[in-house]
Design a binder for this molecule. Structure first.
Ligand code: SF4
Length: 326
C-alpha cells in the first residue's frame, strides 16, 4: 500500500510533532511504501514575504525526522519544490476544482480570522487544498494518515480525484482513504497548545539541561498553590508527560502522591526528568551525528527526490495524455 504524508518545514520539531505524526510514520514505514514530503511550497502560502529561514528550516526538520528513525532506506524522503510535476498537476487540477469547494474550506475561514499578522489574502493560500490534493494524487496514494481535524482536507482530495476521473471518464486517480491517527493532546510549558510560535515547546533536539529548565518552569495544577494542598493530575499540564514517558507504576505513584499531597510538584518533575531524557537521549545523539555531516542529509533528499520524480513523471504523462496535452 502506498502512503503519502508530509510536514511544512518549520525548523526544529518538538515532542508534539513526535506524538502527533512521527511516531505513526515509524510504524507505517515498516509495513508500507511511504513517501514523506517536505512541503516547502506550502510554507510559502502563508510565509511568502520572508523566506530567508526556509533552507535552514528544511534541514533542521529533516534531521529531526531521521534522528527519530524515519529511515531513507525504507521511505522516500523528498522536497516538494524539487518535483516540478507537482506544479503542473496543481495547475491542471485547479481547473477541475469548483471555487465553492475552496470557499467552504473550514481551515481557510478559520486561519483568515486567526492569522492577523500576515497578509494571506492571496491565491496561493486560497488554493492550498488543491496543492495538498496534488501532493497525494501525483503518487496515487491509497492511504493517508490524518488526525480528525484533517478529514475535511482529505475529503476534498477525494472529491477532486472523483471529479477528475468522472469528467475524463478514467480511473486515473485512486481516492485515498484515511488512516485515522489518534493524537494525544500535548500542552506546552505554559499550558497552551505546544507550538513554536508560543515559545512553549520541548524540542526533540533540546539538550538535557534545557529540558530540565523547561520542565522545572512548567505550569502545573493552578489550584495547587501550596505543597500541602492536594493536587489534581487531570488539571495539570505536566501529568500528560508522565502518561507519555513514565511507566504505569510511576504514573499511579504520582497520581496517588499528588492527590494526597505526599509529593510536591518539584518532586513530581524530578521523577519525570530521567524518563523524558531517556527517550530524548538517542534522538539527540543521532541528531548530533547528522549535524556533523550535512552532506548526508542533502544526499538523502537528492536520492528521495529522484525516486519521487520518477513516480510523479509517470503520473503527469498519463494526465497529459488523458487531457490531450502534448
Ligand atoms: S504533583 Fe505532579 S501531577 Fe500533581 S500538580 Fe504537581 S506536577 Fe501536577
Amino acid at each position: 500500500m502506498r502512503i503519502v504524508s508530509g510536514m511544512r518545514p518549520t525548523g526544529k520539531l518538538h515532542i508534539g510533532h513526535y506524538f502527533g505524526a512521527l511516531q505513526n510514520w515509524l510504524l507505517l514505514q515498516e509495513k508500507h511504501e511511504c513517501f514523506f514530503l517536505v512541503a516547502d511550497w506550502h510554507a510559502l502560502t502563508t510565509d511568502y514575504q520572508d523566506t530567508s529561514a526556509l533552507k535552514n528550516n528544511i534541514f533542521e526538520m529533516v534531521m529531526d525526522w531521521m534522528a527519530v528513525g524515519v529511515d531513507p532506506t525504507k521511505s522516500v524522503i523528498f522536497l516538494q519544490s524539487q518535483i516540478k510535476e507537482h506544479a503542473e498537476l496543481y495547475l491542471l487540477l485547479s481547473m477541475f476544482t469548483p471555487l465553492g469547494w475552496l470557499e467552504r474550506n473550514p481551515t481557510f475561514k478559520e486561519q483568515k480570522e486567526q492569522i492577523t499578522d500576515k497578509d494571506i489574502q492571496n491565491l496561493g493560500f486560497f488554493g492550498y487544498p488543491v496543492l495538498q490534493a496534488t501532493d497525494v494524487l501525483i503518487y496515487k496514494a491509497e492511504k493517508i494518515p490524518v488526525g480528525k481535524d484533517q478529514v475535511p482536507h482529505l475529503e476534498m482530495t477525494r472529491e477532486i480525484a472523483r471529479r477528475f476521473n468522472h469528467l475524463t471518464k478514467t480511473s486515473l486517480f485512486p481516492e485515498p482513504e484515511a488512516i485515522l491517527t489518534s493524537t494525544p493532546k500535548i500542552v506546552g510549558t505554559d499550558g497552551r497548545k505546544m507550538s513554536k510560535s508560543y515559545n512553549n515547546s520541548i524540542l526533540l533536539s533540546d539538550p538535557k539541561d534545557v529540558v530540565e529548565t523547561k520542565i522545572r518552569g512548567m505550569m502545573t495544577d493552578p489550584q495547587r498553590l501550596r505543597r500541602q494542598d492536594p493536587g489534581n493530575p487531570d488539571a495539570c499540564n505536566l501529568f500528560p508527560l508522565h502518561t507519555l514517558y513514565s511507566d504505569e507504576n510511576l504514573q499511579k505513584e504520582v497520581r496517588l502522591g499528588c492527590t494526597s499531597a505526599t509529593i510536591g510538584c518539584v518532586d513530581c518533575k524530578k521523577m519525570l526528568l530521567p524518563n523524558i531524557n531517556k527517550y530524548l537521549e538517542p534522538i539527540r545523539e543521532k541528531r548530533l551525528d547528522l549535524e556533523k555531516d550535512p552532506d548526508t542529509v542533502q544526499d538523502i533528499l537528492n536520492h528521495g527526490c529522484q525516486k519521487a520524480r520518477q513516480t510523479a513523471q509517470t503520473t503527469i504523462e498519463e494526465v497529459r495524455s488523458t487531457l490531450h496535452l502534448a
